[in-house]
Write a protein that binds this ligand. Structure first.
Ligand SMILES: O[C@H]1[C@H](O)[C@@H](O)[C@H](O)[C@@H](O)[C@H]1O
Length: 569
């Protein structure tokens, strides 16, 4: 076996050919079947590589416990999707309008309050999340969310409703960053994209449920019509809050707090190994050593560790996000959400009925049903992403998604410009426009929708991940708020120009995703550094290799490569 000093840098890769090589190893191939997933170490006598697998449905089947935890954590997304789905319906319900004769300014305020609350909630969670466990943070966010929902449910005046929405928003915003963060930290690399796409799944499921609950309760007598949909949202809040007690702790956070043994046990639980197996399973050791190597690297380079928990350390971590080393990643997170929101998805969702009228649809029911359909299309579109995202990668989906979204918007803009003065005589054109709205939604639902919630959690190292994700989430909420604010104005000025604006954002998004976004599929969170390939990354590579050797990661891989070919455990 090769001596320590001769060992090369070990890279994780989905394709053995993409990983870096190392000499002086014996010519065996070792297949180990760990924790459901597989770590394959290939050696051909001159080099070795290792990769996690399999991906897609097979990978999900192997990792059903992590899948179950991710599904549960994603209830956080359900809460905000539901609100988005329900609010448009509530604001036009007969009893609601009678009890609260709101002006359009108050209507806007009520919608926007939740978004503003969420913006604050997402940032606050970024400050608090590392000091507490992820589970405690999720539970706290749920308590706040339930409090806000209860106030909305029992509200007797407009100010009470507005306060309820602001408090509920705090919880929603915190959950919208905590759920993806936790999901990224517990996911096995080979199916991380699939598991994280569940966040989008829950958001859009929530939107569909919210929309149709409101649709069906709107004719109930009195205030039950709007109190019912507002009250129902307490259920997922309570469920997630109580259930979070049973979620396994994030092994990555434990490692960064120096609690390596607990991290190993939590990892074992997530990968369906017993405590006894935890200390002997080489593959769990590989995963854990990667996490420890990264934690040490961060401590050595910045003298920074999240266990410090002082104001000083906190400020330093936020500053790190804007340092030369991480600024590119910080902008990836922020811009990911910028492009997601400026694709125009929420303009369609919030002002769907109004837009549908603009493109020629007549009658209240038709417009409500057509815009309700947008939610359903988004929901269906997320399935192919869950199955294929780790195989196809993030970049191709983003690129083709932007292209299709841009073309759909342009076609709508053209049709609106040509026929807006006389839709009733151009029914076919109106339906083509509706078709384009759906094409746009499908393309968005496969690409920018889910990947918006995946990419930001992937690009940051552990030391700044919670803050990076919190900034990206804040970008989601602030752009979301801005779109809500200006879409009606833009539509007043020119409906076709509104669509051209969104088309332009998608057009720029195409180039951004082609030239700036790194591919993060099938790379362990600890190896993301390498995909950024900045000079700062190069400097770290050497130090990281030393740390990995110190911790014994390279020895372990070599032992796997030296061992007999086996897939028998
Ligand atoms: O990914 C989600 C989703 O697509 C929602 O429908 C949208 O309203 C959100 O703003 C977005 O972040």
């Amino acid at each position: 076996m090769a001596g320590h000093s001769e060992r090369g840098y070990v890279a994780l890769s989905s394709e053995p050919s993409q990983a870096s090589t190392h000499s002086l190893l014996p010519p065996e191939t070792y297949h180990a079947t760990p924790h459901g997933g597989t770590l394959v170490v290939h050696t051909d006598g001159t080099s070795y590589t290792y990769a996690y697998g399999p991906k897609g449905l097979a990978g999900l089947k192997n990792n059903y416990f992590a899948l179950a935890c991710a599904v549960f954590a994603s209830i956080g997304g359900l809460t905000f999707g539901y609100d988005q789905g329900v609010i448009a319906n509530i604001l036009v319900m007969k009893d609601f309008v009678k009890t609260f004769p709101v002006t359009s300014w108050e209507k806007g305020l009520m919608t926007a309050m939740l978004e503003l609350g969420s913006l604050v909630g997402a940032l606050a969670a970024g400050i608090l999340a590392d000091g507490f466990s992820r589970r405690q943070s999720i539970m706290t966010a749920c308590i706040v969310f339930c409090l806000g929902s209860t106030i909305q449910f029992i509200a007797r005046s407009i100010p009470q409703l507005i306060v309820g929405r602001a408090i509920g928003g705090l919880g929603v915003g915190a959950l919208s960053m905590l759920s993806p963060l936790y999901m990224a930290e517990i996911s096995p690399p080979e199916v991380r994209g699939s598991l994280m796409a569940l966040e989008q799944f829950s958001i859009v499921l929530g939107a569909v449920l919210g929309f149709w609950t409101g649709y069906f309760t709107r004719d109930l007598p009195g205030s039950i019509s709007w109190r019912t949909p507002l009250g129902i949202q307490i259920i997922p809040g309570v469920l997630l809050g109580l259930g979070s007690i049973f979620l396994p702790a994030s092994p990555r956070l434990l490692v960064s707090h120096g609690r390596n043994n607990e991290a190993l046990f939590s990892l074992a639980k997530l990968r369906m190994r017993t405590r006894a197996e935890a200390s002997t399973d080489p593959l769990l050791q590989v995963e854990l050593l990667e996490m420890r190597a990264e934690a040490l690297l961060v401590e050595k380079t910045f003298g920074l560790s999240s266990k410090e928990g002082t104001v000083h350390a906190e400020v330093r971590a936020w500053k790190q996000l804007f340092s030369r080393k991480y600024i590119q990643r910080t902008f990836i997170g922020i811009m990911m959400m910028f492009f997601q929101q400026w694709s125009g998805i929420n303009a369609l969702l919030y002002y769907g009925p109004m837009l549908m009228k603009e493109i020629g649809m007549q009658g209240d029911n038709v417009t409500l049903l057509v815009s309700g359909g947008i939610g359903i299309v988004q929901f269906i579109a997320v399935f192919p992403t869950i199955i294929y995202i780790d195989r196809l990668g993030r970049k191709p989906l983003l690129r083709w998604g932007s292209a299709a979204m841009c073309l759909s918007h342009l076609t709508i803009a053209m049709l609106v410009h040509t026929y807006e003065s006389d839709w009733p005589s151009h029914v076919t054109a109106a339906w083509v426009a509706v078709g384009c709205v759906y094409t746009f939604t499908a393309a968005y639902g496969i690409s920018y929708g889910p990947i918006g919630w995946i990419l930001p959690s992937e690009v940051f190292p552990q030391s700044v991940r919670s803050k990076g994700v919190s900034l990206a989430t804040a970008s989601n909420w602030s752009n979301n708020f801005l779109i809500g604010l200006i879409t009606p104005e833009m539509m007043d000025i020119s409906p076709s120009l509104t669509f051209v604006t969104f088309a332009l954002a998608c057009f720029i998004g195409y180039f951004w995703s082609t030239y700036i976004v790194p591919e993060t599929a099938n790379v362990s969170l600890e190896e993301i550094d390498a995909v950024f390939g900045s000079s700062a990354g190069q400097e770290d590579a050497e130090l990281k290799r030393e740390i990995e050797q110190e911790l014994g990661l390279h020895d372990l891989i070599s032992e796997l490569a030296d061992g007999p070919t086996s897939d028998d455990h």
